[in-house]
Design a protein around this ligand. Structure first.
Ligand code: FAD
Length: 320
């Protein structure tokens, strides 16, 4: 069994879940195994049909009211991995996946392979590729089939294409006596209408060159014209101009949009590691020696306070 841990937020199954389902199916085919997905919580039946086109054979259902802590989920998964003899479990490389995955792997005294960008079977072994040293080195790791194996897969590393259609069998999992050390009382959602940074197709990001929080209104305007999300460098976040949830980079989010427009961002390695996999990178910077110009597809050497208003005007004209 190749098991998928889904990413569900705001009652929505996130795209990365289907990316890893596609991967799970291709691994399962080569290993001659089945695929499964686990769903936890109340009212999750509505999600069943979403998995019909990805070759998922089984949906493991753990129906219970309330919020689960990461250690409780770790316990539930531990029992499931043992009972179903799971060979590999794929987590999304999201905050949740990166937290639960290592708890589970530790329960089996096994390593957890984080932030993988490619995973396949070659010569009857697992071959995985992952960036290390903040993305400066790409490592290739060969693993024996010493099951169970634990991985987290970077978002947008795998393209979503619908696989074999299936009618997954629904299996209720036995309840686990997992006492929580902490109790989640409530989740309070930030009031925002923003597009999810990690799902956005276009990102307009600002750095220290934006000078202050107020100037980000200009980026918001460009983003709204492009139907994009607004991101930020750590310098902009540390200055208090943007929320940490907007930060892109090593200690922020990893993104891979079709278009990334970096405004007043120098291109430090810790920023690049979070956005280097964007399809097209556009940089606006007044310093022609800025590192960002070494990685961008299109570079505009100029004052962003002149360039961005022109861009907004042009985008608006095009939309008319
Ligand atoms: C452990 C660690 C983790 C880190 N994690 C992250 C991370 O997750 N994300 C991240 O971003 N950084 C991270 N950093 C910080 C990183 O090293 C850089 O300090 C940071 O990315 C710099 O942000 P910046 O490019 O906005 O600022 P700067 O490097 O100061 O660059 C500002 C740029 O704006 C340009 N500029 C100024 N005015 C204008 C103008 N009017 N028009 C056009 N261009 C203009 C300048 O030429 C300059 O290139 C981390 C650092 C460490 C040590």
């Amino acid at each position: 069994m190749i098991l998928v841990y889904p990413e569900i937020r705001d009652n929505q199954i996130k795209r990365v879940t289907f990316e890893i389902s596609v991967l799970a199916y291709s691994l399962a085919q080569k290993l001659n195994k089945e695929t499964g997905v686990i769903l936890l919580g109340k009212d999750v039946k509505g999600y069943f049909s979403s998995f019909k086109n990805f070759g998922i054979n089984k949906i493991f259902l753990y129906e219970e009211d309330g919020q689960f802590t990461s250690s409780q989920i770790g316990e539930i998964l531990t029992q499931l991995v043992k009972k179903e003899k799971v060979s590999a479990i794929l987590f999304p490389a999201t905050i949740k996946g990166k937290e639960i995955g290592p708890i589970l792997a530790t329960n089996f005294q096994k390593p957890f392979f984080q932030d993988i960008i490619s995973l396949e079977i070659e010569n009857d072994k697992f071959k995985l590729i992952k960036p290390i040293y903040a993305g400066k080195v790409i490592s290739e790791i060969i693993l024996e089939k010493d099951f169970p194996l634990f991985f987290s897969i970077r978002q947008k590393a795998i393209s979503v294409k619908e696989g074999k259609s299936s009618e997954p069998e629904i299996i209720e999992i036995e309840k686990v006596d997992a006492q929580a050390k902490v109790k989640i009382v409530d989740f309070v959602k930030k009031l925002t209408s923003k597009i999810d940074l990690q799902e956005a197709d276009i990102i307009v990001a600002g750095g220290r060159g934006m000078k202050n929080a107020d100037n980000f209104k200009m980026l918001e305007e460009l983003a709204s014209a492009l139907n994009a999300a607004v991101g930020a460098s750590r310098a902009a976040v540390d200055a208090g101009w943007r929320d940490h949830s907007d930060q892109v980079g090593q200690t922020g989010k990893t993104v891979a949009p079709t278009l990334y427009i970096a405004c007043g961002i120098s291109g430090a390695i810790q920023h690049l590691v979070g956005m280097i996999n964007s399809k097209i990178i556009v940089a606006i910077n007044k310093d022609k020696e800025a590192n960002i110009f070494k990685v961008c597809d299109y570079g505009i050497v100029g004052d962003l306070f002149e360039v961005i208003p022109l861009l907004i005007e042009e985008v608006k004209k095009l939309k008319e």
